[in-house]
Design a protein around this ligand. Structure first.
Ligand SMILES: NC(=O)c1ccc[n+]([C@@H]2O[C@H](COP(=O)([O-])OP(=O)(O)OC[C@H]3O[C@@H](n4cnc5c(N)ncnc54)[C@H](OP(=O)(O)O)[C@@H]3O)[C@@H](O)[C@H]2O)c1
Length: 362
């Protein structure tokens, strides 16, 4: 995405991948992107304090390593994250800047104190959010634009229709979705081509496998997977004694507390043993497992330090093979996670988690 022209405590693990990085396509109509994307949210919000200089250095290191997909949301630090990405791109070498694609989520409404007020997917709101994001990013277009959570008050056809108009006008290149359920995906794709659905997917969050992933595959839509390390929980670097600031999402996340945390960290120890046999770190094994689930899945890695990025990139060279995959899934069986992936109030906003009657049941 061309814009206006213009530093860790743990050891840096594992190998760097060969360059250029492998490319995966975002659906039948979307762009080719590096097989790993960089999720920038934690550099501005939700995971406690971030080091600004290290965040910028991490984006630069990602671009340098060949990552071409940067993911953000206009509500990550209320514009902070977009401004950070704009600065990183402005100060990056021009070739890396030209290759970079920025994916932006919009629609979340927040108060000055950070409170979550709901979502707005009305067409007028789409235009308004877009105008502000273009200004903050210092660019004439956004590469992939998506509503962060389906707005139950606004038919998805209207929201996607408004983004499609922005595509026609040249302000947006591709349309994405986020945490959308199967019916919403079908309805959206009937309005305009959808490149990808951004959704949580990991060894301990496998909910998309039953319906959402098959629908995406049927319609030629890719998955950009977030939470691949379950926000650090299954990275191998988490510990029960870790202190969290009150504004850290994980302080309220069911999986990070009490008995749930104890059980989830026990799963990580099982995974650690398998990872050691594979010659990988725990994080690399978790990322490699997601990479192995299909060429149409692009993990978004939430690294905000260069050593974490280097570790994540090491997953690209890993080949788990059938025996490795089986060993990983034996260590962390489907459905083994303890606790929901969001607090109850936020689960209620997930169209992807809406309980649907099973076929054949009354
Ligand atoms: N569409 C949606 O609803 C949605 C929701 C959430 C996130 N996202 C997107 O997805 C991106 C990824 O976020 P996530 O929370 O899902 O990321 P994640 O990769 O599951 O977790 C990131 C956290 O894992 C820790 N970590 C440990 N080892 C790591 C390693 N080798 N590489 C990377 N991280 C490591 C980091 O903690 P330390 O910082 O302590 O090192 C970091 O805070 C976000 O930045 C955002 O763009 C989208």
């Amino acid at each position: 995405m061309p814009t206006q022209p213009s530093a860790a405590t743990s050891p840096a693990p594992s190998t760097r991948p060969t360059t250029p990085l492998p490319v995966r396509r975002l659906g039948a109509t979307g762009p080719g992107v590096s097989a790993l994307g960089l999720g920038c949210m934690g550099m501005s919000a939700l995971y406690g304090e971030a080091d600004r200089a290290e965040s910028l250095a991490t984006v630069h290191a990602a671009l340098d390593a060949g990552i071409t997909l940067l993911d953000t949301g206009d509500f990550y630090g209320m514009g902070h994250n977009e401004l950070l990405i704009a600065e990183a791109l402005r100060t990056a070498p021009s070739a890396a800047r030209e290759r970079a694609l920025v994916s932006v989520k919009f629609g979340a409404l927040r108060a000055p104190d950070g409170a979550w007020l709901g979502y707005d997917g009305r067409p007028a709101a789409v235009k308004n959010f877009l105008a502000h994001s273009l200004q903050r990013l210092g660019t004439g277009h956004i590469d992939i634009y998506r509503l962060s959570r389906v707005d139950p008050q606004v038919p998805i056809e209207e929201t996607v229709g408004a983004i499609a108009e922005a595509v026609q006008a040249g302000y947006v290149r591709h349309i994405g979705l986020s945490e959308a359920g199967p019916e919403t995906i079908r309805r959206a794709a009937a309005v305009a081509p959808v490149a990808d659905v951004q959704i949580e997917y990991s060894l301990i969050s496998r909910g998309i496998e039953d319906e959402i992933l098959p629908v995406c595959r049927e319609l030629g839509i890719a998955v950009t997977a977030y939470g691949v390390l379950s926000r650090g929980l299954i990275s191998g670097h988490w510990s029960a004694g870790r202190r969290l600031s009150p504004d850290d999402f994980r302080a309220l996340s069911p999986r990070f507390g009490g008995e749930h945390l104890t059980r989830n960290l026990a799963l990580v120890e099982s995974l650690r043993a398998v990872a050691a046999d594979l010659g990988l770190t725990v994080a690399q094994t978790a990322i490699a497992w997601v990479l192995a689930q299909g060429e149409d899945i692009v993990p978004l890695i939430g690294a905000r330090r260069r050593d974490r990025l280097t570790e994540a990139l090491g997953a690209l060279g890993a080949r788990l093979g059938p025996d490795g995959l089986a060993a990983v899934e034996q260590a962390v069986p489907a459905g083994a996670a303890s606790g929901e992936r969001y607090p109850a109030a936020q689960m209620a906003h997930l169209d992807s988690e809406r309980r649907r009657p099973r076929p054949g049941t009354p």
